[in-house]
Design a protein around this ligand. Structure first.
Ligand SMILES: NC(=O)c1ccc[n+]([C@@H]2O[C@H](COP(=O)([O-])OP(=O)(O)OC[C@H]3O[C@@H](n4cnc5c(N)ncnc54)[C@H](OP(=O)(O)O)[C@@H]3O)[C@@H](O)[C@H]2O)c1
Length: 143
């Protein structure tokens, strides 16, 4: 299955919305996906179930981010899970800030997931050390 077979991805905010679309896409591409959530374990388990029902592999990891020690708690929760691999190949920091584009709307989950899937795939191998804004041109709207 897929270009990410044998890889592990961790998606923060992976239980709902954009993060869920990203998690499902990376799993469809073959990755084992850690679905990270803040408080809503049921939503995370539902996302894991949807990935598994589609033939993918995933597990849920809970930790509140944006608080002191949040990142450390996330990695500790990840490492404690029986399905955790020694390292993570793809880290998607999705739980973050919103933006509005020059198109006058927010991006859809699929629009963001498609870009993440490209960056996680071998097709992006010659892209190195770049900050890629997936904002539909937010910077242009601020000029
Ligand atoms: N670039 C764009 O065009 C664009 C468009 C829309 C949104 N965004 C941004 O993209 C991100 C995802 O948006 P969304 O609409 O998919 O959001 P959402 O549906 O509200 O999902 C939020 C996800 O983040 C998790 N989360 C929220 N606060 C957290 C915390 N403090 N610690 C750990 N996890 C936390 C939630 O887990 P729990 O439910 O368990 O807390 C959930 O999995 C947001 O940051 C949003 O501002 C960007």
């Amino acid at each position: 299955m897929g270009v990410l077979k044998g890889k592990t991805a961790l998606v923060t905010g992976g239980s709902r919305g954009i993060g869920r679309a990203v998690a499902e896409r990376l799993a469809r591409d073959g990755a084992l996906v850690a679905v990270a959530y803040g408080h809503n374990e049921a939503a995370a388990k539902e996302t894991v179930g949807a990935i598994e029902a589609a033939g993918g592999r995933a597990f849920a990891v809970g930790a509140e981010l944006g608080v002191p020690g949040g990142a450390e708690a996330l990695w500790a929760a990840y490492a404690a899970h029986p399905l955790a691999t020694e390292g993570v190949d793809v880290l998607v920091n999705n739980a973050g800030a919103a933006s509005r584009s020059v198109f006058g709307r927010l991006g859809t989950p699929q629009e963001v997931a498609d870009v993440v899937a490209f960056l996680a795939s071998p097709d992006s191998r010659w892209v190195t050390g770049q900050h890629l804004a997936v904002t539909g041109g937010l910077q242009l709207s601020l000029l």
